[in-house]
Ligand binder design. Structure first.
Ligand code: IPM
Ligand code: MN
Length: 357
């Protein structure tokens, strides 16, 4: 039987609860589709750091390369220095495994969930490609004369030709495969940050090789406006790391909230990492109230990456049915449904949906 090896890092707060539900659904799908998910659960996160002083051991990077995919819950704990564990675990995995694509679908599954007036599910259906290994996240810089009136804080944003190129190429490739407008929008801020001209030029150069795909350009500020005013204008959009981080939270709200937004940190052909976009929500930890749908959808993305398109479609269809039928009044901790019950609901629904791949 086909077996996929998964490394699970539940992480902090609600992370372990939502990944458990994600795996519950994945196991149900595996049974139906005839594959196996072999797993190793890792303890990394803030709790582990507080107990042992260990963030990510040096040996882990080689070890992770032995898996087909990584399934991550969430990282973040107010008891630990801001960003320390997030940078070690989330950014660590992205950088050390060179997961240069952060793929963030923004898709509305039920009109009830959209905060925008008069927008339909057809209007909100886009893919944001966030460059995932460069820009402000390279953490080049630092703080000098800290705590004095002369304090200086520096953070360089770095973009390489190859880094822009590979993200942009990926965007054109997915636009070609998608059944929408055959369009890629570049989002940058080259009017104010002139170094970002590397994005603008590279986009045109790469775009020349895809004559069948339309090209559009938007500055990040305008893109935020269009995302709310005319989300239907977006098909595939590609952007730098920090902008992609910000605009996908905006996008998550347009598709119904952080309770449904999922992402894939991808290096095609190599071990890649899948996670919900939401954080660890420490106040809901262990209460069995967090919505696991985003983690479940991250699981669907993971299956697609693993070549299990049928299984992935089953999950997406099951979630769509549940949402369209109004079985989940909201996608947050106030839905009135337990985390584990939502997991059960989806695990049951995947057995019932028709699978149109
Ligand atoms: C995300 C998160 C991370 C990011 C944080 C936790 C470092 O916000 O995945 O979007 O900024 O990339
Ligand atoms: Mn973010």
């Amino acid at each position: 039987m086909k077996t996929h090896k998964i490394a699970i890092i539940g992480g902090d707060g609600i992370g372990p609860e939502v990944t458990t539900e994600g795996m519950k659904v994945l196991d149900a799908v595996a049974q139906l589709e005839g594959f196996k998910l072999e797993r190793v659960v890792y303890p990394f996160g803030s709790e582990h750091y507080l107990k042992t002083g260990e963030l990510m051991p040096d040996s882990i990077w080689e070890e992770l390369k032995g898996f087909d995919a990584i399934f991550l819950g969430a990282i973040g704990d107010p008891r630990v220095e801001v960003g320390l564990v997030e940078r070690a675990v989330i950014a660590g995995i992205r950088f050390k495994l060179d997961l240069y694509i952060n793929l963030r679908p923004i898709k509305l599954y039920s009109e009830e969930l959209c905060p925008l007036k008069n927008k339909t599910c057809e209007d909100v259906d886009m893919l944001i490609i966030r460059e995932n290994t460069e820009g402000a996240y390279m953490a080049l810089g630092g703080i000098m004369k800290k705590g004095t009136p002369d304090e200086i804080a520096i953070c360089d944003m770095v973009w390489t030709k190859r880094g822009c190129e590979r993200a942009i190429e990926y965007a054109f490739e997915v636009a070609r495969k998608r059944d929408k407008d055959k369009k890629v929008t570049l989002i940058d801020k080259a009017n104010a940050i002139r170094a970002m001209d590397i994005w603008t030029r590279t986009f045109e150069e790469v775009g020349e090789r895809y004559p069948d795909i339309k090209r559009e350009h938007a500055y990040i500020d305008a893109a935020c406006m269009w995302m709310i005013k005319n989300p239907e204008w977006f098909d595939v959009a590609v952007t730098a790391n920090l902008f992609g981080d910000i605009i996908t939270d905006l996008g998550a709200m347009v598709q119904g909230g952080m309770g449904i937004a999922a992402s894939g940190n991808i290096h095609p052909g190599k071990v890649s990492m899948f996670e919900p976009i939401h954080g660890s929500a420490p106040k809901y930890k262990g209460k069995n109230v967090a919505c696991p749908i985003a983690a479940i959808m991250a699981g669907a993305m993971m299956l697609d990456f693993l070549g299990e398109a049928g299984g992935s479609a089953r999950i997406e269809n099951a979630v769509t049915t549940i949402l369209k039928e109004g079985k989940l009044p909201s996608l947050d901790a106030r839905s009135g449904h337990k985390t584990s019950d939502v997991g059960d609901m989806v695990a049951k629904a995947v057995t019932e949906v028709s699978v149109g791949v």
